[in-house]
Design a protein around this ligand. Structure first.
Ligand code: SF4
Length: 160
């Protein structure tokens, strides 16, 4: 404990020969996120992968809704907080639009991205996603992944 007039040198705090204390290893597993509700669009259920997802969520005792149209409904609530909460706890299985099935540049880096899903179930307070995605921040998984083209091995990403 420091008292008035005490002097602390850098070597007292940072440059010691003592090993830093190590916190105890975590003994519990990471928490698995499960949505409260899973909705399927008709187009997603036409896909083999969509049927596989339906079979899998059916074993998880989750609320499942088969939508009558490809429009996502049931997300808007009385206020924005409730809408946000509902959307973050909903997993929507949809068919990705054709434009989403192409490699897309991620400027300003030289990387490319190929989205297999959209959204995020986490709630980080600093996240810009909730305000930058259009509509309620529902998590979407694409059911038509097996339809993605396999690129020729020698072509550059730009040619896909
Ligand atoms: S920052 Fe946003 S996208 Fe990243 S984990 Fe948090 S909520 Fe998800």
């Amino acid at each position: 404990m420091l008292t008035a007039g005490s002097q602390v040198s850098l070597s007292d705090t940072l440059l010691t020969d003592q090993p830093a204390s190590v916190s105890a290893p975590r003994t519990h597993s990471a928490k698995l996120w499960l949505p409260q509700r899973v909705v399927f669009t008709p187009d997603a259920l036409d896909e083999e992968f969509g049927q596989q997802i339906l079979a899998r969520v059916s074993t998880q005792n989750l609320e499942v809704e088969l939508l009558k149209s490809n429009r996502l409904t049931g997300l808007r609530q009385d206020d924005v907080r409730a809408t946000y909460r509902t959307a973050k706890n909903t997993l929507a299985i949809v068919k990705a639009p054709a434009g989403a099935l192409r490699l897309q540049p991620t400027p300003p880096s030289a990387d490319w991205q190929l989205n297999m899903a959209e959204g995020c179930p986490a709630h980080c307070q600093y996240c810009y996603l909730a305000g930058s995605l259009s509509g309620p921040p529902v998590v979407k998984a694409f059911a038509n992944l097996p339809c993605w083209p396999t690129p020729p091995p020698t072509s550059s990403p730009a040619a896909w």
